[in-house]
Design a protein around this ligand. Sequence first.
Ligand SMILES: [Zn+2]
Length: 373
Amino acid sequence: MFVIEYKVKASKTQYTAIDEAIRTTQFVRNKCVRHWMDNQGVNKYDLSKLCKQLGNEFDFAKKLNSQARQVASERAWSAIHRFYQNCKAGIKGKKGYPQFQKNNRSVEYKATGWKLDPNTKKHITFTDKNHIGRVKLIGSRDIYFYSPDQIKRVRLVRRADGYYCQFLINIEVKERLEPTKKTIGLDVGLESFYTDSDGHKEPNPRFFREGEQKLKQLQRCLSRKQKGSSNRRKARQKLAKAYLRISRQRSEHAKRLARCVVRSNDLIAYENLKVSNMVKNHCLAKSISDVGWYQFRVWLEYFAEKFGKVAVAVPPQYTSQECSSCGRIVKKSLSTRTHACECGARLDRDENAAINILREGLRSAIRSVETCS
Ligand SMILES: [Zn+2]
């Protein structure tokens, strides 16, 4: 599944209609969560039934396409399901008890409720009684390259700088590549984006630093403005736009790099870092690179699937302490940049870790083959 995105151009009343559809989505989702809280043994199908019922009960809910309403209940269910999964897995601390959503930004249609203009190819009409109507799509990629049944979902998203229309497309093409006969281990760092098992350090893109400075500056600017003033609103808008720009650059970078790494290796091993721990970080530069890393990992797995390669996540323990040539544990603090072992091994700390990650990745790949046969 991948996404093609266009900017939406419409009239003020149409934007209001989109807002309304987004609000209805949130309403239905929250009603479903409420229903689950208040009743025992509620399952996915009960929520889907509730969806229909809400349409009969509330006029504004009825206006939204019935499948779009279903998507809203599916969102509620996925929050509940995630909670159940966390409980089952015995995760310590917060298990993500489903919350009521307050800031939903999107509405999602399935196969009905919308129609692409076959002539202009750059307009989409929303046909439900929510009356969004016909809007213009601005973007360079041609959606008509894909057949309509490959478009699984259409999503309208509100962002700081306007409205967007996303098409979720399902393609099952796998590309055939010649084996590269190469394997690689990747160690994440702050100084460089990653260090690989050959000792190559992939530098952090410049916008990590530049973006951080820009955000800091805009944040300062915002905090100087008087509460409730229109200048404050403008400053907030500016900050939100800057965030958006950085997150776009970040995902573009993550995707490009992941594609390149997967194409030039047959097996890619990396640390299985917990995202929940990473995102909590307050240091801005760190959080920018953390999210970048998370996206990079998602793309690694996507491209590995697409190109028929192996991507393995290994547990992060001991990778930096263990000697990559003899296996001894060599304790070092964060500031020690070189790994030096009694056995004579002497190399960059991160390269040492990357080699350990690769070795562990190969081990666990072999284990998974053994359990399959
Ligand atoms: Zn050693």
